[in-house]
Design a protein around this ligand. Structure first.
Ligand code: CP
Length: 362
């Protein structure tokens, strides 16, 4: 059984195929209007969402299927203490595929290990958001004509910005990607992104704090919101929330053929006077998201017909129950009876990471 927990679960060839199908849906929507007739998607959103939940639902409806689900933890039995594993087992009885968003990091993996249908990670805390990355990749491909030989700048909350972590991972498989990480010191990317993605893949990258200095060299500027809901100390959020605001005036420094992306929602990090600039592609990105989710739903359902075997834990040198994960947002901290499992990568054999949230445990 194939689930999508991390965008790197898909090979570059598969990403190309998904983008090909999405482009075909854009050109010939009628061809796909019964592609998922008789199938149901369950959208389990334990956290707020506008785009991701509604685009999954629109995607399934446009494929001729139907939708069940909930849009807050309060309206599900999670509020009564039901575990993620049991939730996944139960919903497997009602739906053919599940898209889920949770505040706990690693929750989608736990669901996939227990479900009898494919799980799509629609965002797990500050960890990963692979289907946003599918939207980002299609937008870049359509606007720039390529996914290689690009200088990509990520600006804002790179610590909690799960869309950033997923996109850096996806682009690590393409040649000639230069990465510019623009953030305050406190919101730099987590160490696993720096070591296990950027350095492990020999990618050229720099960490800076000045957006205007970086702008002239960027082919793609990926703006992000400072995520209030991820801060343990609200005073820290107040101090950092206005770190970056992109304006029409600042855009004068950007490349003439550069593009601006943002996973949205924005708060005030992109001024509305940028919206009319043809380089502002964040609303096109929203549309691309629906088409990529349509392509993904079709692919996972097709594969599930052929392979119904259970998802198993992957990783090298798995260490069971020796280390406890200290990340307060990790699913292993709240899920009863979940085993603590750590793994190391061949490039850093001494560093053990929690298999659910990927934070260091030793
Ligand atoms: N980009 C994104 O995930 O938006 P939502 O939070 O509205 O789903």
């Amino acid at each position: 059984m194939r689930s999508l927990i991390d965008v790197v679960d898909l090979s570059v060839k598969e990403l190309d195929e998904l983008m090909g199908v999405a482009n075909d849906i854009i050109r010939n929507p009628d061809k796909y209007k019964e592609a998922c007739k008789g199938k149901k998607i369950a959208t389990l959103f334990f956290e707020p969402s506008t785009r991701t939940r509604l685009s999954f639902e629109a995607a399934m409806l446009e494929l001729g299927g139907s939708v069940i689900g909930f849009s807050s933890a309060d309206s599900s039995s999670a509020a009564k203490g039901e575990s993620m594993a049991d939730t996944a087992r139960v919903i497997s009885c009602y739906a053919d595929i599940i898209a889920m968003r949770t505040p706990q990091e690693g929750a989608a993996l736990v669901a996939a290990l227990n479900a009898r249908v494919p799980i799509i990670n629609a965002g797990d805390g500050g960890h990963k958001h692979p289907t946003q990355t599918l939207a980002d990749l299609l937008t870049i491909k359509r606007e720039k004509g390529r996914l290689d030989n690009l200088t990509v700048g990520y600006c804002g909350d790179l610590k909690y910005g799960r869309t950033v972590h997923s996109l850096i991972g996806a682009l690590s498989r393409y040649k000639g990607i230069k990465t510019v990480l623009i953030s305050p010191e406190e919101l730099k990317v987590p160490s696993y992104v720096r070591h296990d993605i950027l350095e492990k893949n020999g990618m050229e990258y720099e960490e800076v704090s000045d957006l205007e200095q970086a702008l002239p060299k960027l082919d793609v500027l990926y703006m992000t919101r400072i995520q209030r809901e991820r801060f343990l100390d609200p005073r820290e959020y107040e101090r950092l929330k206005d770190s970056y605001v992109l304006t029409a005036e600042k855009m004068e420094k950007a490349k003439k053929d550069g593009i601006v992306l943002h996973p949205l929602p924005r708060v005030n990090e992109i001024s509305t006077d940028v919206d009319a600039d043809p380089r502002a592609c964040y609303f096109k990105q929203v549309e691309c998201g629906k088409y990529m989710r349509m392509a993904l739903i079709m692919k996972l359902l097709e594969e599930a017909e052929k392979d119904k075997s259970a998802v198993t834990i992957k990783g090298e040198n798995l260490v069971y129950d020796k280390y406890k994960c200290h990340n307060p947002k990790c699913i292993s901290r709240t899920e009863q009876e979940l085993r603590n499992i750590a793994t190391s990568s061949p490039s850093s054999p001494d560093i053990l990471r929690c298999i659910y949230c990927e934070k260091k445990v030793n």
